[in-house]
Design a protein around this ligand. Sequence first.
Ligand code: GSH
Length: 217
Amino acid sequence: MSNFTLIIGNKNNSTWSLRGYLALKHADIDFDEIMVSLRPRLDREKLDRLTPAGKVPTLKHNDDYIWDSLAICEYMNDLYPEKLFWPKDINIRAQARCAAAEMHSGFSSLRSAMPMACHSVFDRPQISDDLQNDIERVVKLWTDSLTKYADLGPYLYGTYSIADMMFAPLVFRFKSYQIELPQLLEKYCDTMIQHPDIQEWLKDANPDDAAEPDERL
Ligand SMILES: N[C@@H](CCC(=O)N[C@@H](CS)C(=O)NCC(=O)O)C(=O)O
């Protein structure tokens, strides 16, 4: 039994859980997982019993709880700095941090109109002005960073970082909802899907959990 336990939601649907999971995988540590069902019925009693804020992901490390996806990413970075969770260069690191924070706190139209179901393909949603703005902002952000840091590697800020972890669910959303992307971004999405940690998540994601999309997840 590990002294790290990650409490997560259904892998096919829980976007925030995916981010926390990717951070622990990147740290390359042994950890136990407890899955709390969010679909088809939210197991509220179990979620409230296991987590201080009633949300997944929550990481339990010894007797401490870290109950937010970005905080889990930062905690892994603090514990395992040698794994380079952020770009080495201070200026690029600041850009990557802005992108991760923007994802963590924004894109509400995209999140509610295009909930994640990793294994599903849906009709293209009705594109409202707000959704269009969110999509265009992601396209600009990704295009700018992928172009600027292309020499450093295939990820948003060159090397794989917390910024990629935070945006990982969008990769699935764009595929599931058949959103057309510029070639550079399609290539980035393919790179992300091929990442071994994402492949492992996908392997465990149960397609039967797809059901109808749910914006909370
Ligand atoms: N800001 C939080 C959001 C966590 C969150 O909203 N998780 C969803 C599932 S992906 C959840 O626990 N939903 C259950 C509920 O709200 O009752 C984070 O980054 O971890």
